[in-house]
Design a protein around this ligand. Sequence first.
Ligand SMILES: C[S@@+](CC[C@H](N)C(=O)[O-])C[C@H]1O[C@@H](n2cnc3c(N)ncnc32)[C@H](O)[C@@H]1O
Length: 239
Amino acid sequence: MTFFSRHWSTYRQVLEHDLMEHGALTAALTGTIDGWLEQRGPGAPAPHALDLGCGDLSLLPPLLRRLPLASFTGIDLNGAVLPLAGEALGPVPYPCRFLEGDLLAWAEAEPEGPPMDLLLSSFAVHHLQEPDKGRFLRGCRRRIAPGGLLLWADVFRAPGESRDTYVDRYSARVHSWSPLEPERQEEVIAHLSQWDHPADPETIVKEAEAAGWRWQWGWRGQHRAEALAVLRPVQQGRP
Ligand SMILES: C[S@@+](CC[C@H](N)C(=O)[O-])C[C@H]1O[C@@H](n2cnc3c(N)ncnc32)[C@H](O)[C@@H]1O
């Protein structure tokens, strides 16, 4: 087994056993998108959607197959997951593409084509270090269409918690993930200790608001870590 397939099969086990609460998160995300579409009304143009750090699309395919989209784009740094995403989605009645690329680079690139109406990112932005999460939010704010929506699902620290305390707390939780064999638990811990930089929730809300977003928590998991942030662009001259 290659490093990639071993790593990805561990992540699939985490999903299958709902160890990161993907089920409740996806239900909240689905409800938020359905409410947003209803608010836009049936006469609104079909939205362009983009998933930043799409992986293999996780639990999104059933939702994506029924959304009335104008287009869907998935971007991931790891080109090896993109065929898995395409296979998981299957045929859809709108143009769809999967691109290898960096989510921060996308956010900061000069916009080309129509602005995005619906931006999704799930368990990817926490890989960015501290100043880069603010850059990501500022970049996405430039690239979102008026009336659009950014749904940011991720792990966050508890307010005021240090990264080290977070890593210790999350690692203790991984040790309780009995469906994973101990060797895989250690691999998850090694990965998160090296790569995870979850945002402090109070600091990042302030950064988002300064960048022109209105922030709401759409869902918060049971462990003071997984959560869904719902960000709407503030339009000048409107509350
Ligand atoms: C934990 S997986 C999440 C996959 C999927 N979005 C989900 O919710 O299950 C994180 C994904 O983010 C991707 N990723 C991490 N950093 C990235 C970056 N800077 N740009 C694009 N993708 C990134 C990884 O390659 C991986 O596929």
